[in-house]
Design a protein around this ligand. Structure first.
Ligand SMILES: [Zn+2]
Length: 234
């Protein structure tokens, strides 16, 4: 890890149903890696944190809320700069703008967002005493915006699953038909490769079988609380 990490910022990128949350929770056991599962709790309901407290009562998330006041986003902190439109359109526009900034060598700027990003990453490092922050929001436009802002990113962990497994999971969990699922799969994975190449950040492929194998062998060891989708820097 010390060979790879120069600045202590890693992004995990994968579509849903790729085992990324489990990989994130397991990596949090590394002495230098602070990795908070899906990273940002949603505000749609009061999630149970990995510390088993509700997010509203968890000491870490309460401190986050104290330092970075919520400004009308659906998650605890903004996932990405919010410029206009709904989340989908905003994400697409932001991706294109960040890509254009990287191509043109122009620094992308959005003070409120990047201030909140920096404050949060510092708070995670400060609370855990670890120097590597692994962002598990799985947001491509967040990654590209951070890279386009000039903040150095060490690595992208790119989790890849057999598309047949992804189609089955999407059918079962999101009632998505096969054609739509394949389109999501191809679109996301090709954008990860394009975005990491554009940002000059190496993408390390993490096969899904790795996470499912780890899940199988760690079931009885309770490595982390895998029932929850968020965790704190405890
Ligand atoms: Zn907690």
């Amino acid at each position: 890890m010390s060979r790879l990490t120069k600045t202590g910022l890693i992004f995990q990128l994968a579509p849903n149903y790729h085992g990324a949350t489990l990989v994130s929770l397991l990596l949090n056991n590394h002495s230098r890696v602070a990795s908070l599962a899906d990273t940002l709790p949603t505000l749609m309901y009061d999630q149970v944190c990995g510390c088993r407290e509700k997010v509203s009562r968890c000491a870490f998330w309460s401190e986050v809320r104290r330092r970075i006041p919520e400004r009308g986003y659906s998650t605890f902190l903004p996932v990405a700069p919010k410029w206009f439109g709904g989340a989908w359109l905003n994400g697409r526009v932001l991706y294109l703008c960040a890509a254009a900034s990287l191509r043109a060598g122009v620094v992308l700027s959005d003070r409120p967002f990047f201030d909140s990003f920096d404050t949060f990453a510092s708070l995670v490092r400060e609370t855990t005493g670890k120097d590597i922050f692994l962002d598990g929001t799985k947001s491509l436009h967040r990654f590209l915006a951070v890279a386009a802002s000039g903040r150095p990113v060490d690595l992208v962990l790119h989790t890849i699953r057999d598309p047949r497994g992804f189609v089955l999971s999407s059918k079962k969990n999101a009632k998505m038909d096969a054609k739509a699922a394949i389109s999501v799969y191809n679109g996301y994975h090709s954008r990860v490769l394009r975005a990491s190449a554009l940002a000059g950040v190496p993408a390390l492929p993490v096969p899904y079988c790795t996470s499912s194998l780890i899940a199988y062998f760690t079931k009885s060891f309770s490595v982390s609380d895998c029932r929850t989708r968020t965790s704190c820097a405890r």
